[in-house]
Design a protein around this ligand. Sequence first.
Ligand code: HEC
Ligand code: HEC
Length: 233
Amino acid sequence: MTRINRANAAVAMGCLALLCLAGPAPVAAQDKQRPAEVDRGAVIAAQGAAGVPACAQCHAFSGGSDGSGAFPRIAGQSAYYLEKQMRDFASSVRANAIMTPIAKALPPNDTTDVAAFYAGNSGQFLPLAAADAALVEKGRQLARVGDAAKNIQACNNCHGPDGAGIPPAIPYLAGQYAQYIAFELQMWKRGHRKSSPDSMALVAKQLDDQQIAAVAAYYQQVRGAASAAASTR
Ligand code: HEC
Ligand code: HEC
């Protein structure tokens, strides 16, 4: 009992310390009680807010971003996931020269609103060059079966059938840009993305460069639940 109580106290103190460091966080926590305003989110996506540039500049108004693969699709990810990533950028759990300053500057209510807006968007799928068929097949194996020799479980165990995602916490990979997927796996391998230490960090460290290229190529060409949603709009 006492041990549990002490552990709880330690957690509570940790949170207090974080709130102190974050400064305006207690107010933010209060503000977050208000429900998301999707229309306001659309304005932030199109025009920016609080000195932050319009998200549409890089992610497109649709959330489908552009075909370069430098910017992830954010359309149709859960609002919970999108908001969590913004918090991770702000706290440098995810360090990124572009997104960290944006996430830090955007007020919490605006973050909630813009996350809700993009979560509700289907985002267009751009025509992209087809990847090498053998590479895609290798990626499919990894996604569906894993790699027993390396003790890597199937990605789809967590990311859902064909990488459709399991909201709220697990993002879809189906239709995500290969270049972005590969980049994020490298970020985990190198310790620059510190979220999901017990799952993604371990998985990514097991993957070699060829497996990363394969699984990224595979998911880019899957048009699972995300595309089904897109085609009905
Ligand atoms: C100047 C370009 C640029 C602008 C403007 C921009 N982003 Fe990003 N965004 C990026 C890049 C690059 C990444 C990938 C970062 C990484 O690899 O860690 C990213 C990643 C993200 C992610 C993580 C997605 C995922 O799948 O984990 C979210 C969420 C996001 N941006 C939301 C926003 C929102 C909301 C806005 C507007 C307030 C915005 N971005 C404006 C370039 C931009
Ligand atoms: C044990 C569960 C689990 C397994 C297995 C798993 N993932 Fe993940 N994955 C997660 C979670 C949880 C997240 C969200 C992390 C976060 O919040 O930042 C994630 C996020 C990701 C992202 C980031 C997506 C984005 O939009 O930024 C990529 C890429 C990814 N996983 C690829 C893979 C691949 C490839 C495999 C298989 C080789 C795999 N995952 C296996 C749990 C898992």
